[in-house]
Write a protein of this length. Structure first.
Length: 182
């Protein structure tokens, strides 16, 4: 199984089908906290839904030539969240990042470590030229990541996402390989 150890406490690893129950329970525990910014939570109703999500992630690895696209963020042996490339546009060598972290894992630097590792992976292993992040304008915590790591704010897409009962605008951030590696 692929696992990238970042430090003594934090690693990124592939999800396995054995993670379905733990991931489901973790998602349900985190639901109230995550609901403010993630619009898909109401579609997770059982461990089987989490298992199908994991199968889709593993299929994405096959479609990506054997390279994983998404990872479980592991903190002290437990799933703390997830990070990965929601989309990879092979022709243009662009990866679009998505991530979330459970509330009880906030404020420990976990996501910063995972984010930096994913950016390195995208540019060095996947040979991407550009990495994008799209995040709700008012989601300050999620916006802090690309800002901290030198992404350029490139614009705003109005009413980019429906969140349960309202639309939210998204800000788009971009980072080029030569900006990161150079």
């Amino acid at each position: 199984m692929f696992e990238h150890k970042i430090d003594e406490d934090v690693s990124l690893r592939l999800f396995t089908e054995d993670d379905a129950e733990e991931f489901y329970q973790f998602t349900i525990r985190s639901k109230a906290y995550l609901r403010e910014w993630l619009g898909w939570l109401d579609y997770i109703e059982s461990a089987e839904d989490s298992a199908n999500n994991i199968k889709s992630r593993l299929k994405g690895m096959v479609e990506n030539g054997g390279y994983p696209k998404s990872f479980a963020i592991i903190y002290k042996g437990k799933i703390a969240g997830t990070i990965g490339f929601n989309d990879i546009h092979k022709t243009n060598r662009i990866g679009v990042v998505g991530y979330w972290l459970g509330e009880e894992f906030q404020g420990k630097g976990i996501m910063s470590k995972a984010f930096e590792s994913l950016i390195n992976y995208g540019f060095k292993e996947l040979n991407l030229n550009r990495i994008e992040v799209s995040v709700a304008v008012e989601n300050a915590k999620s916006r802090a990541l690309p800002e901290r790591f030198g992404f350029t704010e490139e614009g705003t897409i109005r009413q980019a996402e429906w969140l349960y009962d309202h639309f939210v605008d998204h800000v788009i951030y971009g980072l080029l390989a030569d900006e990161w590696l150079g």
